[in-house]
Design a protein around this ligand. Structure first.
Ligand code: N7H
Length: 505
């Protein structure tokens, strides 16, 4: 069976305009200030480059959309049919009282995105498998207690009770996928309990308060963050190659030193295999196995899951190398993208990290000393990345700089843009002192505007030298390999709220 999907979401300005036709729509304010102000207004807080957002393709002066419509399909033909149908509904108008009326809407920007072809299927343009790690979500799809939203597939982590005052072990969907309360992503449901040492994942986990958008009609809706992120693939690959050469990196197993450097910048190999489970070389069997590719923590060892005797849904990852954990950041550096944006069970080092505090904690961000897992779980995102633009001929060993506009359409759902997307960006990715002083910014998505007007980015990484001995290396780049070129903050309503907005109820 072939499917086609459509989603629609509105900016705060769009909802404000609809108030004329739906009186009382915004009698109760939306609580999230970021949503109310919109991405263009908040862009400077995210470290976006000078000229943002006015120079953007969408979301700045060139095209300021009120509504975003996402259309996806299993086939290009069905996609084209649906896009035509929607464009017709916008432009063809309709007849009322014998008059032909336009819809009043116009398309300000249109962007094609698609899964990349061939070996890059499922990967983003730098070459890495994307869409691996997502939060699991507590909740039932029906009144049947077995009809769970996220299947518990880790037999070792099934709502284990807390014992002797110790919190229970996290209930997980896929191994490594901690289950969160649905209010983190959809309004009207309980959120996570962020108290340190809260029994947030025990058999009777204590939920936090209900997630409220503000207006009651927003129940079952979600905030949608959209970022159009241009990727400089040749520039990124050239950096990997130069860094490997300058630091005498030699992959002892494959000789592919630039790919090894890339694995330390991301925290995973191109196949998706986590460096914590496979430090020396890529391992596509591990990368492609979703029972194994996310089963690791930073704070301690993660045991392999033995083959379950009879349960058809349970995972095993017996075949894969175990993860020893990495509190010291020697294998998955503190600056690695996946550690920056989701530090899992990380807590602060007692030794003060790299020692050099580069600047003050960003306004509104907590001190590193308070980092703990229950709180980290309140800063999660449900992500979907869709590549746009033609594939590049560049590889880490043979970089090609072709100056083509390609990148990622980044989408993330959450119930607080301030506490989730903006927090992850400002307090973690762009903060050179997170999670340890001097760790540097996220090498993939970090955005910085320095006091001297430059965009120079610094980060500390750890890469094995020609003998395989980990060496700590301070890296610097003038380039933004990921550059925001558009986006917006939207609210995606429930179906019943859409009916209400369209005057059907
Ligand atoms: Fe990131 N990349 O290819 O290097 N990301 N990301 N991201 N990202 C992830 O687990 C990438 C971006 C997150 O749970 C992977 O799906 C690129 C933004 C989070 O362990 C890879 C871009 C933000 C995770 C990439 C980009 C995030 C994550 C590993 C932009 C939020 C989950 C595969 C062009 C502000 C971490 C996976 C976890 C994973 C890449 C953007 C956040 C390979 C190229 C803007 C939360």
């Amino acid at each position: 069976m072939r499917s086609t999907w459509m989603n629609i979401a509105f900016t705060f300005q769009a909802l404000s305009a609809l108030e004329d036709v739906v009186p009382g729509l915004l009698d109760t304010d939306f609580k999230d200030q970021a949503f109310v102000e919109g991405l263009a207004e908040r862009s400077h807080r995210l470290g976006d480059a000078p000229g943002s957002p006015d120079g953007w393709f969408v979301g700045g002066e060139r095209a300021q959309p009120l509504v975003i419509v996402q259309i996806a399909s299993d086939t290009r033909e069905d996609l084209a049919t649906e896009v035509n149908r929607i464009e017709d509904s916008i432009y063809a108008g309709h007849v009322a009282d014998g008059k032909c009326l336009g819809s009043g809407a116009r398309i300000t920007f249109k962007q094609n995105g698609a899964n990349l072809p061939g070996n890059l299927s499922g990967h983003e343009h730098f070459g890495f498998l994307d869409g691996i790690s997502q939060p699991g979500i507590r909740g039932l799809l029906s009144s049947d207690p077995r009809d769970v939203l996220t299947l518990r597939q880790n037999p070792a982590k099934r709502d284990q009770p807390s014992q002797n005052g110790q919190p229970g072990t996290p209930a997980q969907g896929k191994p490594g996928q901690d289950l969160l309360w649905s209010g983190e992503f959809v309004f009207g449901y309980p959120k996570q309990n962020s108290q340190p040492n809260a029994d947030w994942d025990g058999p009777n986990p204590i939920p936090g308060p209900i997630a409220e958008a503000g207006p009651t009609w927003a129940k079952n809706g979600s905030f949608l963050v959209f970022r159009r992120l241009r990727q400089d693939v040749g520039g990124f690959h050239a950096f990997l190659k130069t860094t490997a050469t300058n630091n005498n990196v030699l992959n002892p197993t494959t000789g592919s030193a630039p790919a090894l450097v890339g694995s330390r910048l991301v925290g995973r190999w191109a196949s998706g295999a986590p460096v914590l489970r496979e430090p020396d070389q890529d391992n596509s069997t591990l990368g492609n196995d979703d029972c194994a590719n996310n089963n690791f923590e930073f704070g301690g060892a993660t045991a392999n899951i033995p083959a379950p005797p009879s349960d058809p849904f349970s995972c095993t990852d017996e075949f894969a190398p175990p993860s020893p954990g990495d509190t010291a950041g020697q294998v998955c550096p503190f600056s690695a993208h996946i550690r920056k944006v989701y530090p899992r069970d990380d807590t602060p080092l007692q030794t003060g990290g790299y020692g050099a505090v580069a600047g003050a904690t960003p306004p509104g961000c907590p001190a590193n000393a308070t980092l703990n897992e229950p709180d980290t779980q309140t800063h999660r995102l449900l992500r979907r990345g869709i590549p746009y633009g033609d594939i590049s001929a560049s590889t880490p060993t043979s970089p090609v700089d072709d100056n083509v506009d390609r990148g990622l359409l980044f989408f993330a759902y959450q119930t607080s843009i301030e506490r989730q997307f903006e927090f992850v960006t400002r307090c973690w990715a762009n903060n050179p002192d997170f999670k340890e002083p001097g760790a540097g910014v996220d090498p993939i998505i970090g955005q910085v505007n320095n006091a001297d007007g430059t965009r120079t980015r610094h980060f500390q990484t750890v890469i094995p030298d020609a003998n395989g001995t980990p060496q700590s290396v301070a890296l610097t780049t003038e380039k933004d390999w990921v550059l925001p070129t558009g986006g917006g903050y939207f609210f995606s309503p429930s179906l019943s709220a859409l009916r209400m907005l369209s005057g059907q109820v």
